[in-house]
Ligand binder design. Structure first.
Ligand code: MSP
Length: 513
């Protein structure tokens, strides 16, 4: 049975960097899912936050001549603001330097020690500070770099190890028994072959720097930043206490992550949890990476995309829409301003905006600024017989399944499909030519307004401000804007006032550079 709770998380972001398109993308995707699930009636907990410990952050702070705590306080705030600027509806924002998190990590560590899952030894091997990851010799490229292209350094130091190798078979069994654990399928296969190729025990503490959570009882060591960071997903729910939040939400957890950090989430994290005797999250969803006008995004190339500049140039909802629409969720995508402008103009402006503008202007002009007068019987009838209304209803149902399997862009395909059919309907019925048959004109315009109401509600997760404006124009009450209102029970009330139509999705100029 599906739970009424829904827990969704973004990765927590490293504070050494300023927000870029990758951070914005993951956050917006999670926000769309969270908003969708709320509209579908779920009790949602949506978590994001910042990852503040480790060598990478310590080095960055040094570079800026700041104390790590001062540095992370400043930069974490920038991410908090980003959430606000992107209209992200997170319920909590966790920082790994907070006490609630530190206590959870210490407890989690102790559980692993008590269960004999951790032992002291010595690490001799490669480490990449940029990736905060250990690499074996045979993983390095011919140039001696990490497989991600990051530089590595040789490390020799005492270290605690987690008995990862012991969990190999249990993990494979778990993936087998829970085929929906990793999305998409192609990534799942990658994870399985990685685990099958053999797991070695994982170094989980460092001694050569100090910025982190100290190993309980052995303060020379700080806990490996990934063990620390992954625990955020339960510390925010009140672990290790017996909170209701934890028991309600944890079994429903969905972690959305970029493909580069899938291994940490789909292999290490489940192994840590199994070892600590805790239940596993429900799903791990890996999304692809964006390139910029065909090129890999990197600081050294200097083509990092600043999400705030994009919003200033094109508008927030326009950017949110483009990012969710342009690629099949899970695949890589190419960012291009021309494509963004083309998408916004051909879909949001031409299909949705025009439909709304045409319909509302006619209603304003020929129906007394009121929802056209039709009978109750007519409303009941169109819910049974109108092809357009039925298309909206059916695709609305389908969207629920699509979102539960994280096919975010397909939900938008459906929404655009409804708008296209509505435009074809208005062209075919030509209500402007029905001045001599007011009853017929009322019926055609009523169907169109009702479909616009559906579209407005369906668009809320993606373009929250613009979709709210659509619904405001129809004077739809705040408490009648959920998916349960996509039914005849909440149909527009004939002869209720609508508001003066104003353009919702203005066309963008093509020559913006
Ligand atoms: N701190 C870790 C996550 C710990 S979660 C317990 C981390 N942080 S990060 O700030 O580097 O990662 C941010 C997210 O941005 C990752 O999901 C990553 O995949 C994503 N992206 C970074 N660059 C990206 C693109 N060019 N395109 C899409 N997403 C990308 O990793």
């Amino acid at each position: 049975m599906s739970s009424k709770y829904y827990y969704i998380t973004t990765p927590i972001y490293y504070v050494n960097d300023v927000p870029h398109i990758g951070h914005a993308y993951t956050s917006i995707a999670c926000d769309v899912i969270a908003r969708f699930m709320r509209l579908a009636g779920k009790n949602v907990m949506f978590l994001t936050g910042t990852d503040e410990h480790g060598q990478k952050v310590e080095k960055s702070a040094e570079k800026f001549g700041m104390k790590p705590q001062e540095f992370t306080d400043k930069n974490s705030e920038i991410f908090r603001k980003m959430m606000h600027q992107l209209n992200i509806s997170n319920d909590d924002f966790i920082r790994t330097t907070e006490n609630r998190h530190k206590k959870a990590v210490e407890h989690f560590w102790q559980e692993l020690v008590d269960k004999d899952e951790i032992y002291l030894d010595k690490y001799d091997g490669w480490y990449s500070v940029r990736d905060e990851a250990f690499y074996s010799e045979d993983e390095l490229t011919a140039d001696g770099l990490a497989p991600t292209g990051a530089p590595v350094e040789w490390v020799e130091e005492p270290s605690y190890f987690f008995k990862l190798s012991k969990w190999q078979d249990k993990l494979l069994e778990f993936y087998h028994n829970n085929p929906d654990f990793i999305y998409p399928e192609s990534r799942k296969n990658e994870v399985i072959s990685f685990v099958k190729s053999g797991l070695v025990d994982l170094s989980v503490s460092r001694t050569s720097f100090g910025w982190g959570i100290k190993v309980p009882g052995d303060e020379k060591h700080v806990i490996y930043v990934w063990l620390d960071a992954l625990t955020n997903y339960i510390s925010a729910l009140g672990y290790p206490g017996n909170s209701e939040k934890y028991s309600n939400f944890w079994p429903t957890a969905t972690h959305v992550v970029g493909k580069d950090i899938l291994r940490f989430h789909a292999v290490y994290w489940p192994a840590f949890l199994m070892a600590a005797g805790l239940p596993l999250p429900k799903s791990i969803v890996a999304h692809g990476w964006w390139t910029n006008e065909g090129q890999k995004i990197s600081k050294s190339v200097g083509n990092v995309i600043d999400p705030f500049k994009l919003i200033d140039e094109f508008g927030l909802d326009q950017v949110r829409y483009f990012l969710m629409r342009e690629v099949t969720f899970g695949n890589d995508g190419n960012f291009s301003k021309d494509n963004l402008v083309a998408r916004i103009n051909s879909e949001l402006s031409n299909k949705i905006g025009n439909l709304m503008q045409r319909t509302c202007s006619l209603v304003y002009k020929y129906c007394n600024k009121q929802v056209p007068k039709v009978s109750k019987e007519f409303i009941a009838k169109i819910y049974l017989e109108s092809e357009l209304i039925n298309l909206a209803i059916n695709l609305g149902h389908q969207n629920n399944d699509l979102m539960h399997s994280f096919q975010i862009n397909k939900v938008l395909d459906n929404i655009i499909n409804i708008a296209e059919q509505a435009n074809a309907f208005i062209d075919k019925e030509a209500p402007w030519a029905l001045k001599s048959d007011q009853e017929k004109m009322n019926e055609v315009l009523y169907i169109l307004l009702e479909v616009i109401r559906h579209l407005g509600i369906m668009l809320l997760p993606f373009v929250p401000d613009s979709a709210s404006k659509m619904l405001d124009q129809l004077n739809i009450l705040e408490d009648s804007r959920s998916f349960s209102d996509l039914s005849p029970n909440s149909a527009l009330i004939p002869e209720s006032m609508i508001n003066q139509p104003t353009p919702i999705f203005p066309r963008l100029e093509n020559d913006i550079s």
